[in-house]
Design a protein around this ligand. Structure first.
Ligand code: AMP
Length: 188
């Protein structure tokens, strides 16, 4: 069963995805992490993505969708209990592409774990992280891009009965516990 860890930039998706995937034989797949690797290695994809990421905008849907399709066909992924998507999907077309891909592959989406965090807390967390795309201007742009392009996914998954809201404030242990509870309930 696959899961999507969802929420605005700075909500703790990456940290929680690391914690969850460890004990659960879930494959942690962060599209942002794969993009950063490509930037570091100077690949064609990395060269294309670098400036976009630094501005806080989104990499084009077709690029991301190809990346995800390639990942889902890897043996290492097929051998796990499920994939934990982190930072994907970020647009409605990405969510639609994922839905078709999962159906075609006979995979099941357990649900979308949506972490809710107050906006002041997000800016505070992001400005302490120190990543190349964590300057104040980029942070503001990324939050705006989230509101415009990614937040509509909440309605998309709510309509499908696949959205699970999880309080993203508190200690890392508390948040992890809440996420595990949702997963355990669905996995039965
Ligand atoms: P993240 O590590 O998830 O915060 O992603 C860092 C940056 O990578 C984002 O600000 C985007 O520029 C790009 N990125 C990551 N995932 C996606 C995605 N699913 N769609 C478009 N752009 C993405």
């Amino acid at each position: 069963m696959d899961w999507i860890l969802f929420g605005p930039p700075g909500c703790g998706k990456g940290t929680q995805a690391e914690r969850l995937s460890g004990g659960m034989n879930l494959y942690h797949f962060s599209t942002g992490e794969v993009l950063r690797e490509n930037v570091k290695n100077g690949t064609e994809l990395g060269q294309k993505a670098d400036a976009i990421m630094k501005s806080g905008a989104l990499v084009p849907d077709d690029v991301i969708i190809d990346m995800v399709s390639a990942k889902l066909s890897e043996d290492a992924v097929k051998a796990t209990t499920g994939v934990l998507f982190d930072g994907f999907p970020r647009t409605i077309p990405q969510a639609e592409a994922l839905e078709s891909a999962l159906t075609a592959l006979g995979r099941e989406l357990g649900g979308v774990l949506s972490l809710t965090v107050a906006e002041e807390e997000l800016i505070d967390r992001l400005s302490k992280r120190g990543r190349a795309d964590d300057t104040l201007d980029t942070i503001k742009n990324r939050l705006q891009v989230y509101e415009d392009q990614t937040a509509p996914l909440i309605g998309f998954y709510k309509e499908r009965g696949q959205l699970f809201e999880v309080e993203g404030m508190g200690t890392m242990e508390e948040i992890e516990g809440r996420l595990r509870e949702v997963i355990a309930k669905r996995q039965g």
